[in-house]
Design a binder for this molecule. Structure first.
Ligand code: ZN
Length: 347
């Protein structure tokens, strides 16, 4: 590498020791290989966001790792607009379903769960690019305003050790390794979390509310009226494969019907957690019966023809996506690695 190259690399990494992915992204960007790679793979890449939060809370330990800050989201939209075209998911999915190529590299934006902070921080940015997005909402949380169990579990995990020592041993186990909680039925975990939630409120106060509260139906209906798509994401945000057959069917059907009651339509569903082991053919059959046209996973990749409409891949974006990693991710370079990681989570 030339002297100039080293200086440039130091500049983009702000003097930090560059991570391998950062260095690779810089080298590829330098040689324009990212752009060439994108041109070879024209198609649709659907992005999964969750919360978009204020920059001021970026370093808070309780912030979910799948959130992004407002400034980073703004830069990511700018990068997408430079790389291709940001399309509205229903439009471009219908194009693919009719077996027509979508043309230039295209991206579609989705937000899962329905946190109110996303509306506050992301909507003005989407508006400045003329972008319409798909918001996948867990309808029970929109009904009740109750915070997501996974968010509350993370908040409890950031409390001082002396406070955590007073919690049930089973809950402490989940706080030490939150990944284990995904293997437990939703209601069992919720009971455990609720019993100790008062401790979090006492210690952390109300600072969390701006970032973690779910949106209201008034806010969601306003989104729909301004042209964004509202999709279903179950009622209680259960991982379907962890529940009884009867429960998973009710979670799917009731969330779709609630979205239709509020917005008059619901053509898209997003599987919570969204990995290959999180749903099955019987769930897809329920979606077909309910007249849903598309279902979204969290398996990274491009949507290609022929379109597998009930297993649309999506690429998750979170706090770890600084500019070089985000650019690399959009090029498809990390897809295989992401799929390997997802399979590893289930091993
Ligand atoms: Zn979700």
């Amino acid at each position: 590498m030339s002297r100039g190259g080293c200086h440039s690399l130091a500049r983009i990494t702000h003097g930090r020791r560059p991570r391998t992915a950062e260095s690779l992204a810089w080298l590829l960007g330098w040689s324009h290989r990212l752009t060439r790679r994108l041109r070879r793979c024209p198609g649709l890449r659907i992005l999964t966001y969750h919360g978009v939060c204020a920059d001021e809370v970026a370093d808070e330990a309780w912030l979910p790792p799948h959130f992004v800050t407002r400034s980073r989201f703004m830069r990511q939209m700018q990068i997408l607009a430079e790389l291709g075209h940001i399309a509205h998911l229903p439009d471009v999915a219908n194009t693919l379903r009719n077996d027509q190529p979508p043309g230039e590299p295209r991206f579609a934006i989705t937000f899962d769960d329905g946190h109110a902070c996303t509306l506050h921080h992301a909507l003005p940015i989407l508006g400045s690019y003329g972008v319409k997005a798909t918001f996948c909402v867990a309808t029970g949380h929109i009904d009740s305003g109750e915070w997501f169990v996974s968010d509350r579990l993370r908040v409890l995990g950031t409390l001082p050790g002396s406070v955590k020592a007073g919690m049930p041993p089973q809950l402490q186990g989940f706080l030490d390794s939150p990944g284990r909680s995904k293997h437990v039925p939703h209601d069992e975990l919720k009971c455990l979390v609720e019993d100790s939630w008062g401790l979090a409120v006492n210690w952390r106060g109300s600072r969390l509310a701006e970032a973690l509260r779910p949106a209201s139906w008034g806010e969601i209906v306003a989104l729909h009226q301004s042209g964004h798509e509202i999709a279903a994401h179950t009622v209680s945000h259960v991982i379907l494969s962890r529940e009884t057959r009867r429960r998973r069917e009710a979670e799917i059907v009731n969330s779709i019907r609630k979205v239709r009651e509020k917005t008059s339509r619901c053509d898209t569903f997003a599987y919570p957690n969204g990995g290959p082991g999180d749903f099955d053919e019987q769930d897809i059959e329920v979606l077909r019966r309910e007249g849903v046209a598309y279902a979204l996973t969290t398996t990274s990749g491009y949507c290609t023809r022929p379109l597998d409409a009930y297993r649309l891949p999506r690429t998750s974006v979170g706090l770890g996506h600084d500019e070089p990693v985000f650019t690399l991710e959009m090029s498809g370079w990390l897809d295989k690695r992401r799929r390997r990681q997802q399979r590893g989570d289930w091993a």
